[in-house]
Structures are given as structure tokens and as C-alpha cells.
Write a protein that binds this ligand. Structure first.
Ligand code: SF4
Ligand code: SF4
Length: 459
């Protein structure tokens, strides 16, 4: 039986007026009946472009969805775990419209199958019904494999790449330690993605699974500051994975950016997500048009003192790189958008921010690459009132810590494409530190790939 409804099964969510007063997850998830109804929209296409062209890690989408239609949710979960380490995370934060759902055949005449929502449902179902049993067996398997007595491997960074790599290495019986520079484990999953998109218990469960498999975590330990690759070698680590991400926010580079109240998005999100600390500000301006800007503005609107949140973006909505669904959510939450507007200067008084001087922009005709450039409109300057300014204009990796590892001109780690081995023997790298900022799923895929190559190297 196929559900021919062109519309997808709607996932219940908190009302915008309610949710801006809390950090609880916005979308509350499918019930079993909803998941089966949505799964029945899948045509089980022979070519399954969702899987081959859409999903970067080639999850077996038609197979796991078919299991949902049968009510065999745990079997659906087992199919997913053949290729993914973090289904509960990816089901929530993948840009599905660009990936699996973007290639779904049902999207040609209606809405694509809600693959991400179904993946999330299956992972949540497993967490609520089968996780503790599974954790016990993971622990037993790890003990049987002699976890802790196998070859020593170090993983730098506990974001999606590092967690996925550690998971694969632990499965193969290696003794794995993850070194995390922050006091909190999880990397971008802990401090970059707000809880209303990725609740804390999802990450806690993933971390608990790894601990049950024998993986050790050392937090507050930064490569290049607290230890070096040579130190790790001297301590008997025979392989190292560099998954240190791209957590360094780019700065605006305009006068006044040093004033109190100007925050890089990474620092703002870290304080909100990990410390429950909020800026003492009523009017918050967020600069940027990507997904980090969306996370920042939506977190800002939930800050206890916030009365008005404005996003300043120098191009038009058509050029905005943010996920359209996130943009819609942000608009529903009352966030204002100033398009074709660029920052010129941060203005302030007594060392504190009081506003953002902006100018209107216009777009040129498309150049040879088809891109339209924003150019300032003369005499169009104005000051936007703001007592906090969040810069969400991009980030980069800091790989100076990777001594003896070759870097590209852009400072990214160079790796062999097949094995993700770097120029330094025994050292592998993957995720944003190699590619520049990309998606959670791309980082996780790289971590799994490197983990398999490292295990083979150690064997
Ligand atoms: Fe889609 Fe991401 Fe799941 Fe792949 S991992 S099927 S892209 S939600
Ligand atoms: Fe199902 Fe869409 Fe994939 Fe076809 S393309 S198998 S309809 S999810």
C-alpha cells in the first residue's frame, strides 16, 4: 500500500509564541502512527536517488523506511547503524533539502518523503525502547574485544568527526582516548547547535554509548597548548585522528568591533548552550545569512532580556545560504530581517555597543560564475539600535597545532582522499579541519572513513 498524499505528514511543533520562551525542542517528533503513514509515501524506487545521489554516507533509505511501514522500528535502526553513527543527530540537523530529500522522486510532484524526520523517529524510538539493552551488549562486546588493551589511538576533538572515528576504532578493539579542548564534550554538537534543534539528551546518549564501548574522554586538553603530537607518540599512541573542526569565528573587520557587546557567534552559542549564560541585552543584531546566523538569531530571541532581534544580511533572500525551513522558523519567531544591508561600523558609548552603522547594498549583474556581488548604495547609511551584536559571518580551522602535518595554502590539513592519512605517518584527519566548514554528516562520514583506515593501519 502506498500513501499517495502529495503533502508529507506534518510533525507537531511548539507554537512560535510559546517556544520563544524556552529552549525545548521546537519539533516534537512523529508518533508511531505518523511515522508509518509518512513511510508509506516512499515508492521504494529501484534507482533510489535519495540514497545514491542524495545522502553523502549512502544510508539505505528505502530499506529502513520499509521496516518502518512494517512497524519493525528496531530493525530500521539496525539498518541505519550500518552506515551512520549519529542517526538521531543527522535526522535533526542534516540539510535534507540539499541532500536525501532534495533527490527524492516524490519531490517531483509534491513534497519529498520526510526522510530526516523518519530517521529521527527511528533513532528516538531506539533510544526510548531498546537503548539500554543495546548499551549492555556494546559494553560486553567491547570487553570481549579487550577494549583498553588494544593498540592506543588518540582522537583530537569530540565533534561529529571525532565521535564517529572513535566509535569505529572502539568497535575494532582499539584503546581510544578523545582529547577535547573545551570542558564539554561534543564539539559543535554541544556548543554550536542550540538545544531547541538538538536536545542535550541526544548527545548525552551518544557519549554514553561511546563510554560504554570503552572510549575515554579527556576534556580541557588542547593540542598545541597542553600537549603535542610528539607527546602523544611518546605516550604510546600509535595513531592519531585530527578532527579539530573549524570553530574559529571570522571577525567583521570594521571599526568598533572591540566594543563590549560584540560577540563571535561561536562564543555566544557556547555561553547559551553550555553555560546557560545570556547577554544582558534587549536589542540584538545578528550579522550573516547562513545556518549559524539562523541558530544565533533564534537563540538570541529566546534570551531572557531580548525584546528585538534583527538579522543583517548584505545580499537578498534568494542568495541566502541558510536552510529555508530555518529561515521560516526564524520569521515565525518574530525575528526581523534587513536584507541588502551591510555593516560599516559598530558604534558605542563608554566602551559599550549602542548600535550598528549599516549601509544599504545593491546587487550587480551576475558575473562569469553567475554570482551577484553586493555593492554599497551611496548616501544610504543609517544606525540600527543594538546593545549586542553577534558576528555569524563564517569560521575557519586553526591547524597550527598539527606539527609536522602538511597544510594547504588555506591552512587546511592535506590528506590522502582514500585513507584520510596526512603527511605525518600514523596521523589522519577529517571533517572541517580538512574541508573547511561543511555539514555534520560530512564530518561524521569522514570520521568513520578515517577510523576504518586507522584500524587497518594499527592491525
Ligand atoms: Fe538524509 Fe542526512 Fe540521513 Fe543521509 S544522514 S539520509 S542526508 S538525514
Ligand atoms: Fe523513497 Fe523517495 Fe527514496 Fe524513492 S527517492 S526510495 S520515494 S525516499
Amino acid at each position: 500500500m502506498i500513501n499517495l498524499n502529495k503533502a508529507r505528514t506534518r510533525m507537531p511543533e511548539q507554537d512560535p509564541a510559546v517556544r520563544t520562551g524556552n529552549f525545548d525542542e521546537v519539533a516534537t517528533g512523529y508518533t508511531e502512527e505518523m511515522a508509518i503513514r509518512e513511510a508509506l509515501r516512499c515508492l521504494k524506487c529501484r534507482e533510489h536517488p535519495c540514497m545514491t545521489d542524495g545522502c553523502p554516507i549512502h544510508n539505505n533509505i528505502p530499506a529502513f523506511i520499509e521496516k518502518i511501514t512494517e512497524g519493525a522500528f528496531e530493525e530500521a535502526y539496525q539498518i541505519l547503524t550500518e552506515t551512520t553513527s549519529l542517526p538521531a543527530v543527522c535526522g535533526r540537523v542534516c540539510p535534507q533539502y540539499l541532500q536525501c530529500e532534495g533527490k527524492c522522486v516524490r519531490g517531483e510532484k509534491g513534497r519529498p518523503v520526510a526522510i530526516g524526520a523518519l530517521e529521527r523517529f527511528v533513532a528516538d524510538w531506539h533510544r526510548h525502547h531498546a537503548a539500554s539493552e543495546a548499551d549492555a551488549s556494546v559494553k560486553q562486546e567491547a570487553e570481549a574485544a579487550g577494549s583498553g588493551s588494544g593498540a592506543k589511538a588518540a582522537v583530537i576533538g569530540s565533534g561529529p568527526a571525532g565521535l564517529a572515528c572513535a566509535g569505529v576504532l572502539a568497535e575494532k578493539g582499539c584503546s581510544v582516548t578523545i582529547f577535547e579542548k573545551e570542558e564539554v564534550s561534543g564539539g559543535v554538537l554541544a556548543y554550536g547547535i542550540p538545544k531547541f534543534r538538538l536536545p542535550a539528551e541526544i548527545l548525552e546518549q551518544e557519549l554514553a554509548n561511546l563510554k560504554a564501548a570503552g572510549v575515554r574522554f579527556e576534556t580541557g586538553k588542547a593540542l598545541g597548548k597542553d600537549f603535542t603530537l610528539n607527546d602523544l607518540e611518546a605516550e604510546g599512541y600509535r595513531a592519531v585522528f585530527l578532527g579539530n573542526g573549524a570553530g574559529q569565528s571570522l571577525r567583521l573587520g570594521v571599526p568598533g568591533q572591540e566594543l563590549e557587546g560584540v560577540l563571535p557567534a561561536s562564543a555566544f552559542l557556547y555561553d547559551v548552550n553550555c553555560k546557560n549564560e545570556y547577554p544582558d541585552a534587549e536589542k540584538i543584531a545578528v550579522i550573516g545569512g547562513g545556518n549559524v546566523a539562523m541558530d544565533a538569531c533564534r537563540a538570541a530571541v529566546r534570551c531572557p532580556k531580548a525584546k528585538k532581534v534583527t538579522v543583517v544580511y548584505r545580499r537578498s533572500p534568494a542568495e541566502m545560504p541558510a536552510d529555508p525551513a530555518e529561515l521560516k522558523e526564524a520569521e515565525a519567531e518574530g525575528i526581523e530581517f534587513l536584507y541588502l544591508t551591510g555593516p560599516v561600523e559598530v558604534v558605542g558609548q563608554d566602551g559599550k555597543v549602542t548600535g550598528l552603522k549599516c549601509q544599504k547594498m545593491a546587487l550587480t549583474e551576475p558575473d562569469a560564475s553567475g554570482r551577484r556581488k553586493p555593492v554599497p548604495v551611496p548616501d544610504s547609511e543609517f544606525v540600527l539600535d543594538a546593545d549586542c551584536i553577534i558576528e555569524a559571518i563564517g569560521s575557519r580551522s586553526d591547524n597550527a597545532c598539527a606539527d609536522g602535518v602538511d597544510l594547504s595554502d588555506r591552512g587546511l590539513i592535506l590528506v590522502d582522499e582514500e585513507s584520510l592519512a596526512t603527511s605525518r605517518p600514523g596521523v589522519y584527519a577529517g571533517g572541517d579541519t580538512v574541508t573547511g566548514p561543511k555539514t555534520v554528516i560530512a564530518a561524521m562520514g569522514a570520521g568513520r572513513k578515517a577510523g576504518a583506515a586507522m584500524a587497518a593501519y594499527l592491525a
